[in-house]
Design a protein around this ligand. Structure first.
Ligand SMILES: [Zn+2]
Ligand SMILES: [Zn+2]
Length: 100
């Protein structure tokens, strides 16, 4: 799992989301119960990025805050701002526990 920091130079939109699957170590030691796979979606209603755990059985492709249909981002990069469609600056930040 990696943290993605999106910044838009056009409108100042900013979002920090952890994406990807659970760490491999965790999958090997745990009984897969905690296995999560976070993917990036766009909520068109709010014009912002959201992330969702597609392994979660409760997840039906809807935004957790307003219930609208989410659009999955298949092509990861380059990404456009969900707000103003400008290019986004993307930074990848390692999660804290991996910074040993
Ligand atoms: Zn923007
Ligand atoms: Zn939403």
């Amino acid at each position: 799992m990696q943290i993605y920091h999106f910044t838009c130079k056009g409108c100042g939109y900013e979002s920090k989301l952890p994406l990807g699957s659970s760490d491999l170590d965790q999958i090997l030691t745990d009984t897969n119960l905690d296995y999560a796979e976070y993917r990036l979606f766009i909520c068109k209603k709010e014009a912002k990025f959201v992330h969702a755990d597609i392994q979660d059985k409760e997840f039906e492709g809807r935004c957790s805050s307003d219930g609208s249909d989410l659009m999955e981002i298949e092509e990861r990069f380059p990404l456009k701002c969900p707000h103003c469609n400008n290019d986004l600056v993307i930074e990848m930040i390692a999660p804290l526990e991996e910074q040993t």
